[in-house]
Design a protein around this ligand. Structure first.
Ligand SMILES: [Zn+2]
Length: 170
């Protein structure tokens, strides 16, 4: 399936930090890279201003609470997944922060399991990290003890607690 979504926002949306590049092949043709050297701890974006509620979760949406999904409507859409990410999307502050130094040109990536309980579209991760979680289907499918080694947002923590109380996956 090829999805070539026409951007609804003015590009580039975050020129100080994000440069969007294009793959030579593949379904999702664009990806976000660092436009500059970004020191660890830098807040590179606030996604509250451009975001709009998503009617339903989609490959492009971000889960921000137990029940709510948003469309980012910015170049942040092109941030890929990594199990060893260089940024976090914090759904409490609605900010994106570098969690380590990022070199210019490095792909910007966050852990989709930090926000998504159940992905609209699962995919096999190819991040190559020793911490790679393999098939990315959503936090719902990962044991809590495995996710302890990763940053996850408050709504995901709550949903894990609820799931474990209900006695499902452990
Ligand atoms: Zn991975």
């Amino acid at each position: 399936m090829t999805i070539e979504q026409v951007p609804t926002w003015v590009q580039p949306s975050h020129p100080a930090f994000i440069a969007v590049k294009t793959y030579k092949s593949g379904n999702f043709s664009k990806y976000a890279t660092s436009a500059t050297h970004i020191p660890a701890g830098t807040i590179i974006a606030n996604f509250s201003t451009a975001a709009t509620p998503a009617g339903d979760k989609a490959y492009s949406s971000l889960q921000v609470s137990e029940t709510e999904h948003i469309e980012l409507n910015s170049d942040l859409l092109y941030a890929n997944h990594s199990c060893d990410p260089n940024v976090i999307f914090d759904t409490t502050s609605w900010t994106v922060t570098a969690i380590r130094d990022i070199e210019e040109g490095e792909p910007i990536a966050f852990n989709y399991l930090s926000t998504e309980w159940e992905m609209a579209q699962a995919f096999p991760c190819e991040c190559g990290s020793p911490k790679c979680l393999g098939e990315i289907r959503g936090a719902k499918y990962v044991p809590t003890k495995v996710l302890r080694g990763y940053f996850v947002n408050r709504h995901i923590k709550k949903m894990l607690e609820q799931r474990d109380q209900d006695g499902a996956v452990n």
